[in-house]
Design a protein around this ligand. Structure first.
Ligand code: G16
Length: 545
């Protein structure tokens, strides 16, 4: 049986977004759509002959089918071996770890992350490079260019691999090792955190928590780590069975989509001390205390301020990075600790060089992502274990820890307003109009606020000097408040406008305001400047986090 060459017609819409190529399942099922993108990856990445590829996904609809296709294409492309998560399951951070651990050339992760799944939902594919991190922009751009010229692809003959059974198989001479998806990742977590202390907390009568896996990939990881290894009572993990359609839900760990968990933690007499959730592919996290929500920006700041309490970071951290729309709370910690800090564009790929160069140890994004140099992706369960280790160490509540942090550093009131599935043309016009206005904004006063500067964010990578333009519009006020406008790079329907609002409050007596009230003036200014309603017809955001 020989390798087949299948002729095909190229696609011209395979441009990866913020994190890989995401489209509806229906779109992915167009003739040879997946194959074209995979061939474009294999044609672009150098040195795949004889190398190791890591493969897995978040278990969503089309995952298993896609894996069988990719295995056959990997064999045709001449990979030395593929290491595959059992049942085709690997969380994004676990895949990142395996790439590093097995010195793979990279990995293919099948996920549309927090986007809904199922036949009517979304699918996605991303390539991570040998450092374990998302392909940088130059590579995704090269893959996109290659995809437009794919007139044929190479594939080994059909030979279904039993994805659920551990062991080594062979496909057209290429070994496929099916490994337990959790074991290596759990060992990594154990090397960073004080598992004995966390276990004592989880087994204590006075402590009660829930982890919501949202019927997505972290289910098996959380069951094994929290319940089996650390001894949390059975039932601690909710929605722990991965389902191809995430149980019909939206696997996005935020206040809007993790409603059941929110209700448990925010009940008037809640019995829970800690709540956490993760997303489709296990890289995002939400942290809750009793009747208390921790913004992802605050979470990063608190973790950074307390890092030396955690075994893996006992010797201190090298620096901190945050994406541009993330609040400036982590910067305040860095300044106080005398650490370098960086502001990067949205997208985890922008942290890769800083992590590789050892210039930062912790990084995070407002979009519910936090992680460290242990992998090159954001890591949902890592953040949860970090918080648990911190709670065990401090013997204090989530709310007290955050309030004490605000008392020391001040509070960055923060919220993101998303206008989803708006007309693409209207969204582009809104941004164009805003860009036109930028030069005239500086010096303008809106109520008590004066614009100090306004720009279209561009980033020069301090390690390799590469420049990324058009990364979001910033209106920076003289008191440190900010309004940021961006179009999402992960949506699949129309456009999603994100408006990020931030206001700094140093006075401890003013740390109890309702977040939306504290930011109401900024929202009014955002509407006034960007004319959101006039352009989009929307009076208010669809999702507020
Ligand atoms: C992805 C990226 C993140 C980014 C987020 C939001 O997250 O990995 O770096 O912050 O999208 O991007 P956007 O605002 O462009 O929609 P995930 O969890 O979807 O992979």
């Amino acid at each position: 049986m020989t390798i087949q060459t299948v002729t095909t017609t190229p696609y011209n819409d395979q441009k990866p977004g913020t994190s890989g190529l995401r489209k509806s399942v229906k779109h992915f099922k167009k003739p040879d759509y997946l194959q074209t993108f995979v061939q474009a990856i294999f044609n672009t990445v150098q040195g795949i002959e004889g190398s190791t590829l890591i493969l897995g996904g978040d278990g969503r609809y089309f995952n298993r089918e896609a894996i069988q296709i990719i295995l056959r294409m990997a064999a045709a492309a001449g990979f030395g071996r593929v290491i595959l998560g059992q049942s085709g399951i690997l969380s994004t951070p676990a895949a990142s770890h395996l790439i590093r651990q097995y010195q793979a050339i990279g990995g293919i992760i099948l996920s549309a992350s927090h986007n809904a799944g199922g036949p009517e939902g979304d699918f996605g594919i991303k390539f991570n490079i040998s450092n374990g991190g998302p392909a940088p922009e130059q590579l995704t751009e090269a893959i996109y260019e290659a995809s437009k010229g794919i007139h044929s692809y190479q594939i080994a003959p059909i030979q279904p691999i039993p994805l659920d059974k551990l062991g080594t198989y062979e496909l057209h001479g290429m070994p496929i090792e099916i490994i337990d998806s959790v074991t290596d990742y759990m060992a990594l977590m154990e090397s960073l955190f004080d598992f004995d202390k966390i276990a004592a907390l989880l087994q204590a009568d006075h402590f009660k928590m829930r982890f919501d896996a949202m019927h997505a990939v972290t289910g098996p990881y959380a069951h094994r780590i929290l319940e089996e290894r650390l001894g949390a009572p059975k039932g601690t993990v909710m929605h722990g069975q991965p389902l191809a359609n995430f149980g019909g839900g939206h696997p996005d760990p935020n206040q809007a989509h993790a409603k059941e968990l929110m209700a448990l933690l925010f009940a008037r007499k809640s019995e829970f001390d800690f709540g956490a959730a993760s997303d489709g592919d296990g890289d995002r996290n939400m942290i809750l205390g009793k009747q208390f929500f921790v913004t992802p920006s605050d979470s990063l700041a608190v973790l950074a301020a307390n890092a030396t309490l955690i075994p893996g970071y006992r010797n201190g951290i090298a620096g901190i990075a945050r994406s541009m729309p993330t609040s400036q709370a982590p910067d305040r910690v860095a300044i106080k600790l005398g650490l370098p800090y960086f502001e990067t564009p949205t997208g985890w790929k922008f942290f890769g060089n800083l992590l590789d160069a050892g210039r930062i140890t912790l990084c995070g994004e407002e979009s519910f992502g936090t992680s460290s140099s242990h992998v090159r992706e954001k890591d949902g369960l890592w953040a949860v274990l970090f918080w648990l280790n911190l709670l065990a160490e401090k013997q204090d509540s989530v709310e007290n820890i955050v309030r004490k942090h605000w008392a020391e550093y001040g509070r960055n009131y923060y919220s993101r307003h998303d206008y989803e599935e708006i007309d693409l043309k209207a969204a582009n016009e809104l941004i164009a109009a805003l860009l036109d206005k930028l030069p005239s904004l500086t010096g303008q006063t809106f109520g008590a606020l004066t614009v100090g500067s306004a720009d279209n964010f561009a980033y020069t990578d301090p390690v390799d000097g590469s420049v990324s333009q058009n990364q979001g519009i910033r209106i920076l006020f003289t008191d440190g408040s900010r309004i940021i406008f961006r179009l999402s790079g992960t949506g699949t329907q129309g456009a999603t406008l994100r408006v990020y609002l931030e206001k700094y409050e140093a006075d401890t007596n003013k740390h109890d305001q309702d977040v939306q009230e504290a930011l109401a003036d900024l929202l009014t200014i955002a509407e006034q400047v960007a004319q959101i309603q006039a352009f989009t017809g929307r009076e208010a955001a669809d999702v507020i986090t």
